[in-house]
Ligand binder design. Structure first.
Ligand code: ZN
Length: 84
């Protein structure tokens, strides 16, 4: 089995912004206190271009908890992707 070239890996995470297929670089960790327990974290992925836009979207609603690089996020939680 050959390794996929960078960017062509079907499992490689892409940006959560609508219609954006760019590779995700950032993880936005958020929590909606009306729906989630305080320690729960939902995650959105963002490319460089959409990090600001998505952060703002969550930020104005008071949902945004953390913005970290994808590398740092995965390193900090090796057994969990945080997606459902
Ligand atoms: Zn994007």
């Amino acid at each position: 089995m050959m390794l996929n070239a960078p960017g062509s890996d079907p499992a490689s995470p892409v940006c959560s912004a609508k219609a954006c297929r760019a590779d995700a670089v950032w993880v936005l960790a958020w929590n909606n206190p009306k729906l989630h327990t305080p320690e729960r974290r939902k995650t959105w992925l963002a490319c460089e271009e959409h990090r600001e836009h998505l952060s703002q979207f969550l930020g104005v609603r008071g949902f945004l908890k953390d913005v970290v690089t994808l590398d740092a996020w995965e390193a900090s939680r090796p057994a969990e992707r945080g997606e459902e």
